[in-house]
Design a protein around this ligand. Structure first.
Ligand code: 13P
Ligand code: SF4
Length: 362
């Protein structure tokens, strides 16, 4: 019989900690826990593998375990389901752990965009659709159906290079910032990267703007990364002129322009870990990662600061707490699966094409 979540809600983190370790020991190799870098400490420490989205999707594709428990957000567990073998089960401890950026694009709106673009240009021969991995499975399937692909924050440039080798233009969704920051670093002028406003007819663009664009950027963004502002960098550098600035490419163009280093969560961790001792870092990404990195590096005299004066964590990543993780694991010990993520077969097939495409490019 399924153990109800209500039995777990009032347990302390310490109680959960002990029982999570016991349940993991009982399940052994039958279960693997994947943890994204934004997970809170109490959950992150139980992950068998941690990483950025690209690393975790590779982990999911290579996992042997019967159960893949994904401590991350919904689209990540979908990717685990799509890339794993059919008999493996991907599990998301809390179904409310979504991604607000992923929710800014949906199939109806992307299809409408495609149709409206088709009235101006020949989409099938001129446009490669690329979805950021932070998107629902049916958008990955859309890209698979139209010979497009998926990218993550760590491979976006290679994916765009590949896309331009296929066709002259890219439709990039849902994150405008990742698309713009990457395109600009590749030498594409800002005027050739137009923003598609999905609430306006023809994206709010003229036919001429569409014809001249290299990248059509969906008007989506991450609510966590949009908190960071250029003024935060300016003020910090006034106090600490030698500090180094590192940002996730989901931060705005203006913030990334003022950053010495730009890259995925894994890149940020590696760069700061490998830096000289006694260096000071200003970091534009999620709070849990930054706090953990500071704790890890302070013995070497490194100071790692969060960029914004107001604290902002990813509230959906935060949904996964030790109580939900324990609930999932103790149910598995009983032979019960709670919160499985199952992408419908007709979606998964084409989404897998787009993901396999990505994994073969990088
Ligand atoms: P990474 O792939 O860099 O881990 O980014 C995922 C994410 O959601 C960042 O907000
Ligand atoms: Fe989504 Fe932003 Fe949270 Fe990343 S930080 S999971 S993009 S809401």
């Amino acid at each position: 019989m399924t153990l109800p979540i209500q039995n777990y809600a009032l347990l302390t983190d310490e109680e959960c900690d002990v029982r999570i370790m016991e349940a993991k020991a009982t399940l052994g190799k039958r279960c693997v826990i994947l943890g994204h870098h934004y997970q809170r400490d109490e959950v992150f420490k139980h992950a068998d593998f941690s990483g950025d989205s690209l690393m975790l999707s590779r982990n999911a594709a290579q996992a042997d375990a019967e159960y893949i428990v994904f401590c991350g957000v919904h689209f990540m567990a979908e990717v685990a389901d799509i890339l794993s073998r059919p008999e493996q089960i991907a599990i998301l401890p809390d179904m409310a752990a979504g991604c607000s950026m992923a929710d800014m694009a949906n199939l109806l709106k992307v299809q409408r965009c495609w149709d409206e673009l088709a009235a101006v240009i020949n989409v099938e021969s001129q446009v490669t659709p690329v979805t950021y991995i932070n998107s629902a499975a049916d958008l990955k399937a859309f890209c698979g159906r139209h010979s497009g692909t998926v990218c993550t924050s760590s491979n976006a440039q290679k994916i765009l290079e590949w896309s331009f080798a296929q066709r002259e233009k890219v439709l990039f969704f849902p994150d405008q910032h990742l698309g713009r920051n990457t395109g600009y670093r590749m030498g594409i002028p800002l005027e050739q990267m137009v923003t598609w406003d999905f609430d306006k007819p023809q994206g709010g663009l003229t036919a001429e703007q569409i014809q001249q664009a290299k990248i059509i950027l969906w008007k989506g963004f991450c609510s966590v990364h949009q908190v960071f502002q250029p003024i935060h960098i300016d003020n910090f550098l006034l106090r600490y002129p030698d500090a180094k600035v590192i940002s996730h490419p989901e931060a705005s163009f203006e913030v990334c322009q003022k950053s010495e280093y730009i890259g995925s969560t894994e890149y940020i961790l590696k760069t700061v870990r490998n830096a000289e001792p006694n260096t000071r870092w200003l970091v534009a990404t999620e709070l849990n990662l930054v706090n953990r990195l500071h704790e890890e590096c302070k013995a070497e005299g490194k100071n790692v600061h969060f960029m914004s004066p107001t604290l902002c964590m990813c509230s959906t990543m935060f949904r996964t707490d030790p109580q939900h993780l324990l609930w999932v694991l103790e149910n598995l010990v009983q032979g019960e699966v709670v919160n499985p993520i199952q992408v419908p077969e007709n979606v998964a097939r084409f989404a897998k094409q787009a993901l396999d495409n990505m994994l073969s490019i990088v």
